[in-house]
Design a protein around this ligand. Structure first.
Ligand code: C5P
Length: 286
């Protein structure tokens, strides 16, 4: 490695998140559509003798990612953090996924994205989905604890980016507590995740937001009513499919255009809320 490398670690929202029973390893089985979005941390990797990171809260995941290769080389990893921590947007996992993708190139390790996703499963539940979502700039279906991942196939077509508004109510949810308090599904009936995948694959933008849902939302909203307030604010501005991402606390909804997303984000910020206008990543854009 000779020069400093810069890369973006893109956050995600969960369009759907269905929770099934507890597995033998204590984790819940999930089905979820994970969509990469245009909110990112910037990661700079420089040559160094030792491995180090200034990620602070995310130190663990970023260093775990670098160490996962068992490669005898150093690197100094600097993270410019914009994704809120503990917001259900996969910030720490996005950083870990981007570090896996970047070091695989810098150290010329030759792993495929699918192999990197498998390595990522040892780092965190969301890491495999974010490796594929970031590399292919595509939504991903995530199953099991998060280790079973497959791309939403666009069949050669590029879906226009979907415009979203995010609101972070500034409360920290405990992922463990939210899972523990959530009701679980006991069947394997055709589901919102199937319908969402189909809508994305066929480009039926009109019905995509009708499929948005999150089984963790009732428990998270009961613990933190601020999330319900954020969702109500988005609905009042005309966003559709309003739901929560991951185990919270960020709420989001779909709007018809990027300019409308920006208007709504500005209006919500004027009211003191932390809001972003973002879009889903596509293959043609950053
Ligand atoms: O994967 P992560 O460390 O973020 O998970 C935190 C906690 O959330 C776990 O200890 C577990 O209690 C719960 N969890 C779960 N099933 C999942 C993911 C997380 O029960 N699939």
């Amino acid at each position: 490695m000779t020069a400093t490398m810069k890369t973006e670690a893109y956050a995600k929202v969960n369009f759907t998140l269905e929770v099934f029973g507890v597995r033998g390893d204590g984790y819940h089985a999930l089905r979820s559509i994970v969509a990469p979005i245009s909110l990112s941390d910037t990661i700079e990797i420089s040559p160094a003798n030792e491995l180090s990171s200034d990620a602070g809260y995310h130190d663990d995941l970023v260093l775990k990612a670098a160490l996962a290769f068992n490669h005898d080389a150093g690197a100094s990893i600097h993270i410019d953090k914009r994704i809120p921590v503990g917001g259900g947007l996969g910030g720490g996992s996005a950083d870990a996924a981007a570090v896996l993708l970047a070091l695989n190139e810098l150290w010329a390790l030759g792993h495929s994205p699918e192999e990197l996703a498998e390595i990522g499963a040892k780092i965190g539940s969301d890491v495999p989905a974010l490796v594929l979502a970031q590399h292919y700039r595509s939504s991903v279906v995530m199953e099991g604890r998060g280790e079973k991942v497959s791309l939403v196939e666009q069949n050669g077509r590029t879906l226009d980016p979907l415009n979203l508004v995010l609101v972070n109510p500034g409360v920290h949810t405990s992922t463990r507590e939210v899972y523990a308090r959530s009701a679980v599904r006991d069947d394997d009936a055709p589901s919102a995740t199937d319908r969402c995948r189909e809508a994305l694959e066929t480009g039926e933008i009109g019905i995509i937001s009708e499929t948005f849902m999150n089984d963790l939302a009732p428990a998270a909203l009961a613990l933190h009513p601020e999330i319900a307030d954020a969702m109500a604010a988005l609905r009042a501005e005309g966003a559709t499919g309003v739901t929560m991402s991951g185990s919270g606390s960020t709420a989001f909804g779909l709007v018809e255009s990027h300019s409308r997303a920006q208007e709504i984000a500005l209006a919500l910020r004027d009211r003191g809320l932390v809001a972003w206008a973002v879009h889903t990543l596509g293959q043609d854009m950053v």
